[in-house]
Design a protein around this ligand. Structure first.
Ligand code: 8YV
Length: 345
């Protein structure tokens, strides 16, 4: 039919992906023209009558947006694996499908999780800042200068335990990377409403050649782990699960890595934990309240905290994969083709 469909895209998806949308002549594309987050007002002004939208993490897809769009809206496609910015209940009520981008970013995020674990343990922030200040020539070599806990298994610690807060795709990809580091054991926590599965845990242990993989509670996760990776979804259910009590329960040589959402970690408690040496160090790619994280932020002020500006998925290949998946999810829903990744509601 000659029916036209309006599609609003809140960020230019680049020269390799925009043509996937442009070549569909039935689509009237409306693309946010700037190289910065889409303004809410622009989105609300342009969304009425849209059949589909492609959004980013910073675009709230809530009641207000559904009402502005009106009954034409069929698909919300986000260029992210997280979808806590989307009101799923509202989507379900209106028969709107939701697409997201799992899998394509798993390896990039696992890579950076390992990097942050190493950086936090090996004092990389303090030492690179020292070199950048020009202080290396003034620094006398010392047998125990700049030492930190070794991530890999070693003669003092032949066993190493990885801890995961959340045990999905990215956690498992991170665990796989720790196998050649000599890790022997894995503990993890999961959504309390999910059913424990010791047989699956034994299978995971066999897959990675580990001595044990065990689902535990938060206190045991804190106490057992040499490194804790925070890799669970954001939202109300996981708000501040890493709090003062959790951090106090960790080993003083352990490091905390957060490549999930800032909201899972109480920043003030983490800053205290670092300052008072409850734990060795931390590496965070995400911070509650981001991007409003200035030099005065308690974690930025903490020399033992490496803070990255949410770049874990920022590889050329992964962002291309995410943008492609976001475009294909939209096209799938609009043209009756398969959606590569649909949120199950
Ligand atoms: C961001 C992320 O989406 O996918 C997610 O959930 O947090 C990141 O990959 C990324 O900054 C692209 O929007």
């Amino acid at each position: 039919s000659g029916e036209r469909m309006k599609v609003v895209v809140t960020r230019n998806l680049g020269p390799d992906v925009m043509p996937l949308l442009q070549e569909r002549k039935e689509l009237d594309l409306v693309v946010w023209p700037e190289d910065r987050p889409c303004e809410r007002e622009w989105f609300l002004q342009n969304v009425p009558g849209a059949t589909g939208v492609i959004v980013m993490l910073s675009d709230k897809v809530n009641q207000e947006l559904y009402e502005a769009a009106g009954p034409t809206l069929k698909i919300v496609s986000t260029m992210s694996v997280g979808y806590e910015h989307i009101d799923l209940q509202g989507a379900a009520q209106r028969n709107i499908r939701v697409g997201y981008t799992p899998d394509v970013l798993t390896d990039a995020v696992a890579d950076i999780s390992i990097m942050l674990a190493l950086m936090a343990g090996r004092n990389v922030r303090e030492t690179t800042e020292l070199v950048a200040r020009g202080d290396w020539p003034n620094t006398a070599w010392a047998p125990y200068g700049f030492v930190g806990p070794q991530l890999s298994a070693n003669w003092v610690h032949p066993t190493r335990t990885a801890g995961f807060l959340g045990f999905g795709r990215i956690s498992k990809a991170t665990l796989a990377r720790l196998v050649p580091f000599g890790f022997t054991d894995c503990v993890y926590t999961s959504n309390p409403s999910s059913t424990p599965n010791p047989a699956a845990d034994a299978e995971t242990a066999r897959t990675y050649g580990l001595r044990s993989v065990r689902r535990v509670g938060l206190p045991e996760l804190a106490a057992q782990s040499d490194v804790v990776f925070v890799l669970a979804p954001g939202g109300a259910a996981t708000h501040h699960v890493v709090d003062a009590a959790f951090l106090r329960g960790m080993k003083s040589t352990a490091v905390l890595v957060n490549t999930a959402r800032g909201t899972l970690v109480d920043s003030d408690a983490l800053a205290t934990a670092l300052r008072e040496r409850w734990i060795w160090g931390a590496g965070v790619d995400v911070v509650e309240g981001e991007p409003h994280v200035g030099r005065e932020h308690p974690l930025v002020r903490e020399p033992r905290c490496v803070v990255l500006p949410h770049i874990a998925s920022a590889t050329i290949e992964t962002r291309l994969g995410m943008a492609t998946t976001a475009a294909k999810n939209l096209l799938g829903a609009l043209f009756g083709e398969a959606m590569p990744a649909e949120v199950q509601m």
